[in-house]
Design a protein around this ligand. Structure first.
Ligand code: SAM
Length: 300
């Protein structure tokens, strides 16, 4: 008897009352993909190979096309994977990669990442999605069941209230609103995750707390005030991660023409950094703020 599941063929042979189980990998169909947007970058999630997944997610229609209004989502998720690719490729095949997706929404990102890791890179992985909205969690569970992705669990809870005693390797968020990003960064630090990745969104927390110092004359204008406060908020998040022993990079996630929420903060756990903690404390003093992130680091 043969069972096919997510690129693996399981053969069961029963002879004289003895059961022999054999696992083998089915090669993916060759890629003859066409770029979604002509003349642009290589796609990591090839639409021909990932057709079933993309259809269940509603990104691809029944004709096998990605309609215009879904291209942005497809592109955003594909780009997220591109920016994590080095880390994903270097992850050892023998160790399960445990991912927590904070403010997961319908969890497109987790489903696609799960597909990329398990079906494409053949690396064992496990996903935990958390979102404060129970409706989106129900939707994600339905998609999981349709896809038969058994390595996923979802929780309707606020990030700040979530706890797991699993050894978590990657804590991520994509456009988690305002201080939900701080809750996610703090969760990653508390869980001592190997990697923490955030694409922040609508940073409001510090806007009216900040002492704009020399920038006061610019901050008279609401639009400039928003931009300055966005940068200081994300800058302080970077310093907080460094203070807690992460090596951080900040990169452009997608074009600002797509969305102004286009900064990705990536942290990789390295070790203690007392100098980094000093810098963080100094920066908070200078800007006159108590960032939300500190409040969520309660267990440290
Ligand atoms: C803009 S959506 C992004 C969803 C998904 N990450 C994506 O990119 O498609 C933000 C999500 O964060 C969730 N959220 C906001 N604050 C939260 C919190 N404190 N704890 C858990 N989820 C939160 C919302 O319910 C919403 O689903």
């Amino acid at each position: 008897m043969e069972i096919l599941e997510r690129g693996t063929k399981i053969t069961l042979d029963i002879k004289q009352g003895k059961v022999k189980v054999n696992f083998s990998t089915i090669d993916e169909p060759p890629s003859n993909h066409i770029d979604i947007e002509e003349g642009t970058r290589q796609q990591f999630i090839k639409k021909e190979q990932a057709a079933k997944l993309l259809k269940v997610l509603g990104i691809m229609n029944t004709l096998g096309e990605i309609p215009k209004d879904k291209r942005r989502k497809y592109y955003q998720i594909d780009r997220f994977i591109e920016l994590l690719d080095n880390f994903l490729k270097n992850w050892p095949e023998s160790k399960e990669l445990v991912v927590v997706d904070c403010g997961c929404g319908k969890s497109y990102l987790s489903f696609v990442l799960n597909y990329y890791l398990q079906d494409h890179l053949r690396k064992p992985c496990y996903f935990i999605g958390i979102d404060a909205n129970p409706e989106v969690i129900k939707g994600a569970e339905k998609i999981r069941d349709q896809l038969g992705y058994r390595n996923m669990e979802f929780h309707a809870t606020k990030i700040e209230n979530f706890y797991t005693d699993r050894d978590v390797n990657l804590v991520l968020s994509l456009h988690a609103c305002d201080t939900a990003t701080d809750q996610q960064l703090a969760l990653g630090i508390r869980l001592k995750a190997d990697y923490i990745v955030a694409v922040p969104c609508c940073q409001k927390d510090l806007r009216d707390q900040l002492n704009y110092n020399q920038l006061e004359s610019f901050a008279r204008f609401p639009i400039l005030k928003n931009k300055i406060s966005d940068i200081i908020t994300d800058g302080l998040r970077v310093l907080a991660l460094e203070a807690h022993g992460y090596k951080v990079s900040v990169v452009e996630y997608i074009s600002p023409l797509e969305t102004p929420k286009n900064i990705m903060i990536r942290g990789e756990k390295k070790g203690k950094n007392p100098k980094g903690m000093e810098k963080y404390q100094e920066a908070k003093k200078y800007w006159g703020v108590t960032p939300a992130l500190d409040k969520y680091l309660y267990e440290i």
